[in-house]
Design a protein around this ligand. Structure first.
Ligand SMILES: [Zn+2]
Length: 178
């Protein structure tokens, strides 16, 4: 037990979190109060995802709804995205923190179908259904962010976007391969 705890602290031997309960159905729109902060709203799949992350990975600090006025294409003001802080915002994470970030990011991708995940961005990389065959691609900032910046390149947080409809319906070719 002690060894497992030490391994956890060192960021090595992190156990893979178990599978989430899949999202099934819910009301349309940005109708749930933000489950992380007291402002804004999230969609039913986002609300479900937040609950499953908490259930399987414990408390990871983060934020979902946000005006994100500087990025008109953001999913945050629609309640379809959450940012999970890895270490401290504005600071490049340690190796241990990076390992924990990838643990969350990979878990979200692995269970993208069950959790209605659309895409995940972390540590200068992005995975999306549209480019699933390419795996974790280099993240170029999407025209809105500087990918070399600690926050713009998503080094200090894991971004996850959700879709309302099942990914198997929206991205059938990729979902058939996954
Ligand atoms: Zn984000």
């Amino acid at each position: 037990m002690k060894c497992r705890f030490v391994a956890f602290l060192l960021g090595t031997g992190l156990a893979v979190p178990s599978a989430p309960h899949p999202y099934v159905d819910g009301p349309a729109g940005c109708v749930f109060p933000d489950p992380v902060r007291a402002v804004g709203c999230v969609t039913a799949p986002t609300d479900w995802l937040v609950g499953q992350v908490r259930h399987r990975l414990g408390e990871v600090p983060g934020a979902c709804w946000d005006a994100h006025a500087w990025n008109p294409r953001s999913d945050h003001p629609h309640g379809r995205a959450c940012d999970y802080t890895i270490g401290q915002i504005g600071v490049f994470p340690t190796e241990t923190q990076v390992a924990r970030g990838w643990r969350l990011a990979r878990w979200l991708r692995t269970h993208a179908r069950a959790l209605h995940v659309h895409y995940v961005i972390f540590h200068g990389r992005i995975w999306s259904w549209e480019h699933d065959a390419e795996g974790w691609r280099r993240y170029d900032g999407g025209g809105a962010y500087d990918p070399a910046d600690v926050t713009g390149g998503h080094f200090d947080h894991v971004h996850v976007s959700t879709v309302d409809k099942p990914p198997a319906v929206l991205f059938p070719a990729a979902a058939a391969r996954a």
